[in-house]
Design a protein. Structure first.
Length: 196
């Protein structure tokens, strides 16, 4: 192999390495886009949520729209049930009903995700298209909330993400003293939710 061939070979290897690094960079950033993260700062501690954009794109986009608008800042966890769920997105500290930014979000519970311990799902009424601003976190696995068939959608709830750090704070929320409507006697206030 002469000098020219050696130089060409080294150049090919260099280009190949650069291309490989570019692919890794794109893949890493793609994952970051597909799974945005939220930092939730509350009056009793903080936790982080990772959202599953690929599996529930419309539901995640809706939640992110509310986050970006500052909708949850000042909201309370208005329903906390030990060994079940904690829920937010409906009221502020004065128990004033919050007004969601959208009128409805498409039902996406048939996305293959399960209501496992630590997962985040959107709350709604018995109308499958009624998910708006409320979401809940599963304190334990709740298979009765999972999608099972098109004819049994009334009890299915769309999973949109998971708590990836600070689950101890979420469990603590579920153990606070509440009234007979599962409302904490001492408000658990969301100081801020922001993307990270």
């Amino acid at each position: 192999m002469n000098m020219s061939q050696t130089t060409n070979r080294r150049f090919e290897i260099f280009i190949s390495l650069i291309f490989s690094f570019c692919l890794i960079f794109v893949a890493t950033n793609s994952q970051a886009i597909e799974k945005p993260r939220l930092r939730v700062i509350t009056s009793i501690g903080s936790f982080t949520i990772e959202l599953y954009h690929n599996e529930a794109p419309k539901s995640v986009a809706n939640i992110l729209q509310h986050v970006d608008a500052g909708f949850y800042n000042g909201a309370i966890f208005h329903r906390t049930v030990k060994n079940f769920i904690v829920q937010t997105g409906a009221y502020n500290q004065d128990m004033r009903l919050l007004q969601p930014l959208n009128s409805s979000v498409e039902f996406e519970a048939n996305n293959g995700l399960k209501n496992l311990r630590g997962t985040v799902a959107v709350a709604r009424t018995t109308d499958t298209q009624s998910a708006l601003s409320q979401f809940f976190i599963n304190i334990k696995s709740n298979p009765h909330l999972d999608y099972s068939a098109k004819t049994k959608t009334e009890w299915a709830y769309t999973v949109i993400g998971k708590v990836i750090s600070g689950m101890n704070i979420v469990r603590r929320m579920s153990r606070v003293t509440t009234n007979d409507k599962d409302l904490p006697l001492t408000p658990i206030v969301i100081k801020r939710i922001s993307r990270i």
